[in-house]
Design a protein around this ligand. Structure first.
Ligand code: SF4
Length: 368
């Protein structure tokens, strides 16, 4: 297929749904990792057109959802410091910390600016030498190389008034965490195509071999998602726990070598807290000591102390949702106390979160 429309074609979708339904003999729980895939699944009513024997659950691959409240507190604290211009992607502004969000900090007078690329923040730093520019660098392996590029450029150009709050997450340790949890019920995974575009397939091959679980690298359009589900079901039914690349129009086995090289030149793996889930070993990226001058937490002497799940106060079950143990509709607050206008937890506040997707799209499907 050559054109995007072909990946949204209703006949192709129906054909794949039929293939899935014919192939599925047992009950399987399949987790898509990425929030973008979750939205595509819910928006396009994919669960409604395939057999009930397949339960789709929604993984932790939404960076806005998993950024810990304590990191947001640190961002708010730094943004409120005099002389700081705080740069962030727009979707982080409404995400609540333990007390405030960045939008409230802006209302209190902080200079908080929405940017679309880390290099925008660097440009602001060059244009405002008398200010301190801080960039909230959040994301998975997809955005980490661009964030690394901003630090690389700042270092190369000797820009001293630029720093980042690093809130990066790595997918494979989160998959391992789910598989090792002792309460895992997921049988197969749809890996995020854009993450694998950067990282390649090696980490997933190790997971598949070590945990005997199929992992299918999957894209984002309805035909991509259904192809991923079909291939995952086929592997499950044939007891073939291996990696398949169903997004080969983009993903190469080796990934993007230059992007990985840049990422690991600037960052090193570190333990990371995931909002709603907790500490996952080696699942984050911290600036290397050589680049610590660009670490905003060090520069502004902000110490982050992580607590147990602060969202539990509201009986928010987003942590269980992101581990595939519950669905958004099983939350007692879904659509009543918790809505996108008044979110109680991270999976409702983020436009990529599973609760937000259910609230927005749940009734739309291809059968309409
Ligand atoms: S509906 Fe709200 S309270 Fe419930 S799990 Fe989702 S974010 Fe948490």
């Amino acid at each position: 297929m050559k054109y995007l429309d072909e990946y949204r074609s209703a006949p192709a979708v129906k054909k794949l749904a039929g293939l899935i339904n014919q192939t599925t003999k047992s009950e399987w729980k399949i987790m898509e990792i990425c929030g973008g895939q979750t939205h595509s699944i819910v928006k396009n009513g994919i669960e409604e057109i395939i057999t009930d024997k397949i339960k789709l659950v929604h993984g932790p691959g939404c960076p806005v959802c998993v950024t810990p409240a304590e990191k947001i507190d640190a961002a708010v604290e730094i943004a409120l410091r005099p002389g700081v211009i705080f740069c962030s992607y727009g979707d982080m502004l409404r995400v609540p910390g333990r007390k405030k969000d960045l939008l409230s900090a802006k209302a209190l007078g902080a200079d908080v600016r929405i940017i679309y690329s880390p290099l925008d923040a660097l440009k602001i730093a060059e244009e405002n030498p008398d200010k301190e520019i801080v960039f909230f660098a959040i994301g998975f392996e997809t955005t980490a190389p661009a964030n690394a590029a901003s630090v690389f450029q700042a270092h190369s150009k000797n820009i001293k008034n630029f720093s980042i709050i690093s809130s990066h997450f790595l997918v494979p340790p989160a998959i391992k965490f789910i598989l090792e949890s002792g309460i895992n019920t997921v049988n197969g995974f749809l890996a995020a195509g854009h993450v694998c575009t950067i990282m390649g397939t090696e980490d997933y091959e190790k997971i598949s071999v070590n945990y005997k679980v199929p992992v299918v690298i999957t894209g984002f359009e309805p035909v991509d998602i259904l192809t991923g589900i079909y291939n995952c079901v086929r592997l499950l039914e044939n007891n073939q726990p291996k990696v398949e690349n169903s997004y080969s129009r983009v993903v190469r086995q080796e990934g993007n070598i230059r992007a990985k090289k840049l990422m690991f030149y600037i960052f090193e793996t570190s333990d990371m807290y995931w909002r709603g889930i907790g500490l996952i070993k080696n699942s984050g990226l911290a600036l290397k000591e050589k680049f610590s001058a660009f670490d905003a937490e060090k520069k502004f002497n902000v110490e982050i102390r992580y607590e147990t799940n602060s969202d539990a106060l509201h009986k928010c079950i987003s942590g269980l949702i992101m581990q595939g143990l519950k669905k958004p509709s099983e939350c007692e607050h879904f659509g009543t106390l918790c809505t996108p206008e008044h979110p109680l937890g991270p999976t409702m506040v983020s436009s990529e979160g599973a609760c937000s997707a259910y609230f927005k799209y749940k009734k739309i499907n291809f059968n309409n």
